[in-house]
Write a protein that binds this ligand. Structure first.
Ligand SMILES: Nc1ncnc2c1ncn2[C@@H]1O[C@H](COP(=O)(O)OP(=O)(O)OP(=O)(O)O)[C@@H](O)[C@H]1O
Length: 652
């Protein structure tokens, strides 16, 4: 209840978060067998306190994002980490709702307005003990806090569609992450790619959020105005600390060490120019007498180690650890049913507004259906029509389901949004899979009924409601299966081109082995018959549709006037070699079972991915002593820093 009130009045719950890190090392393996490694962070130490904004600065590749990832427990599996990261003096996991991480890339749903994006997110993230209107009130309040009220009804926009500006997108990403009033906020380069005015708006919005909250932001080259918003500053170069301390004291630190900031120059520009090795060549060529940057950086690092700022950092870390503080408790979410319903609604709205998702496909389906209907218009009951009916069925089952591949780019975008939101703990995999499945069902049903009826009735397939409904249901299930296959591919191969190639390749093999392009008895036994013929969904779709179309018909041979006849059942058995021991409804049931299996596989893929990420989150904050000892051996001791291979034993 207390948590609820605090969220409603926009306050950070109880005391804030004191985050300390001491002698933090991160390395990656650079050889396949792991014998060689590269250090990304080398024994960095620091702290972040409530109501303060800590900026992490440094040239590109200096380790800013890696530091943030390590502190937030989001390093990927290729890295190894050692050192102490304590929250309120304790080793503890950052649970849902206590911290938030805003990444550089804006994975937002382009078709939603600012208000919709924040309101849907509030409904997903905030607990069910709040009413919907309370959640919306919080969403609107947060939009105002981030200065987005002027763009509240503007669509986010994305590739090819103009929407809110880059700066507004950043503020929106932050807005979504602070809905639960997290005590700790990580921002990875919130101003990259923005002009100085937009950067200032973003950073001042962030700064306004600092009341009681601990904020750590990595930033490239802030303007002087933005620089004034920082309380503390951490300057990194090649993973080592050049300076950590009050932002206001950094100018003095550089000045006393022989690098005074020229009058009227932006201090952050001056710091980065001083330590940026990218300018080394210019210095060698043009500025005789100046020290190479490598030397300058080493000099500053050594000076920092001997400075008051360094001692102050050590004292602060010790003091914070001694003081201790509360153990952070996990906040509650909306429940599973609410999340599934909200995700279904959000996804349905996105599909409705995104022309490329279903509407363009619907138009091409209608055109193709008209084409089919006119090419095979009003087939008769002659022998020739046996081939025509067969070809029409094969085209519908193979090509009309294959066209679902066109939705792949949208599936990839959906996966990106899911991965961001899932990693930030907004909701779980099961709610996502349910939302994704339910939202697409009405569209695919509509496509199978409208273009399906055009093709069916123009061709003059078997009369009767039951026959048409069966035809539409097989088309619908086939499209759902292909859509599920493509979402599985998108979950594994999140790359447009590769994903489409993989998805199309799998379908090509299934179409070939489905029993139409080569009759089942003639399929080569190995691979094509066993197992492909049995696992290809096309086999059941072809056979179900053939039974639906041929059973009960009598075909007449008008050629040469001999007027011989053949029953549809004989055609099924002899021409198409259809399995006649069970009814067409069994074929449909098998298709539904394949669809369920594909959806389960999708769930397993996203669940496994989630488990990996969460296992990583736990393992980075709870590295075993053994791992640390192994790591200590692989990390060379730095003569500059006098790195001690005796890794602290209290790392839990
Ligand atoms: N998983 C990894 N494998 C190999 N190298 C990595 C990995 N992660 C980071 N690095 C390397 O570590 C260095 C620091 O990367 P990081 O992204 O932390 O730098 P950064 O300061 O945030 O850079 P930028 O400002 O350009 O984003 C870079 O040289 C990068 O290539």
């Amino acid at each position: 209840m207390e948590e609820l009130q605090d969220i409603q009045i926009g306050k950070v719950v109880n005391g804030g978060v004191y985050l300390t890190w001491n002698d933090l090392w991160v390395s990656v393996s650079t050889s396949k067998n792991g014998s060689k490694s590269k250090n990304i962070l080398e024994g960095v130490s620091g702290y972040a306190r409530p109501s303060e904004l800590l900026a992490v600065m440094g040239p590109s590749g200096s380790g800013k994002s890696t530091l943030l990832d390590a502190l937030a427990g989001r390093l990927d599996f290729s890295t190894r980490q050692s050192g102490d990261i304590l929250i309120n003096g304790h080793k503890q996991k950052l649970s849902y709702g206590t911290s938030a991480y805003v990444t550089q890339d804006e994975t937002l749903i382009a078709t939603l307005t600012v208000k919709e994006a924040v309101c849907y997110s509030a409904q997903l993230q905030l607990p069910d003990s709040m009413t919907k209107s309370e959640k919306i009130q919080i969403a609107e309040q947060t939009i105002k806090e981030m200065g987005l009220q002027d763009a509240i009804d503007t669509r986010i926009g994305g590739f090819g569609t103009k929407g809110i500006s880059g700066g507004e997108k950043r503020r929106l990403s932050i807005c979504i992450e602070i809905l639960t009033r997290p005590k700790l906020l990580f921002l990875d380069e919130p101003t990259s790619g923005l002009d100085s005015a937009a950067s200032y708006y973003v950073m001042s919005g962030i700064s306004r959020q600092r009341d009681g909250r601990t904020i750590i932001a990595s930033i490239h080259q802030p303007s002087a105005e933005v620089f004034n918003l920082f309380h503390s500053l951490c300057i990194l170069s090649s993973g080592r600390t050049v300076y950590f301390g009050p932002a206001s004291a950094a100018i003095e630190f550089f000045g006393t060490n022989g690098f005074p900031c020229p009058l009227l120059q932006n201090p952050s520009d001056h710091f980065l120019r001083t330590i940026n090795k990218d300018f080394d060549e210019d210095i060698e060529n043009g500025s005789a007498g100046r020290k190479p940057t490598e030397e300058v950086v080493d000099f500053l690092i050594n000076s920092y180690k001997l400075s008051e700022e360094y001692s102050e950092v050590q004292n602060q870390i010790a003091e914070i650890c001694q003081q201790g503080g509360e153990i952070l408790e996990k906040r509650s979410h909306a429940n599973f049913t609410t999340q599934s319903l909200v995700l279904t609604r959000r996804s349905f709205v996105n599909m409705f507004r995104d022309l490329g998702y279903y509407w363009m496909r619907l138009v091409s389906y209608v055109i193709v259906a008209l084409g089919l209907g006119t090419i095979y218009y009003n087939v008769d009951l002659s022998y020739r029509s046996i081939e025509e009916r067969g070809l029409m069925v094969a085209f519908v089952v193979s090509f009309m389901t294959f066209m679902t591949v066109g939705g792949f780019p949208s599936f990839v975008e959906d996966m990106k949004v899911f991965q961001r939101e899932n990693l930030n703990g907004h909701y779980g995999c099961c709610a996502f899979v349910i939302g994704n499945t339910l939202s697409s069902t009405p569209y695919l049903l509509f496509i199978s009924l409208v273009p399906g009826s055009i093709a069916y009735f123009l061709t003059g397939f078997q009369n009767g409601f039951e026959h048409f409904i069966y035809f539409a249901l097989v088309l619908f299930t086939g499209m759902m299966i292909v859509e599920s296959l493509m979402t599985n591919v998108a979950a594994i191969v999140p790359n447009f081109l590769m994903g489409i190639v993989v998805g199309a390749g799998i379908q090509g093999l299934m179409i070939l082995s489905g029993g139409f392009f080569q009759i089942p008895n003639e399929l080569p036994k190995i691979v094509w018959k066993y197992p492909l013929y049995y696992i290809s969904f096309h086999r059941y779709a072809y056979q179900g549709m053939f039974k639906n179309e041929f059973e009960g018909l009598l075909f007449t041979n008008y050629a040469n006037g001999n007027n011989g006849t053949i029953s549809g059942e004989d055609v099924l058995r002899d021409r198409w070699q259809v399995e006649m021991s069970y009814s067409k409804w069994v074929d449909l049931a098998i298709l539904v079972a394949i669809l369920i299996l594909y959806r389960l596989v999708f769930f397993l893929i996203v669940k496994t991915n989630e488990k990996f990420v969460h296992a990583r989150k736990t393992s980075t904050s709870l590295l075993s002593n053994t791992s640390r000892q192994i790591m200590a051996k692989s990390i060379p001791a730095s003569p500059l820093h006098g790195f001690n291979v005796d890794i602290p034993t209290n790392y839990g």
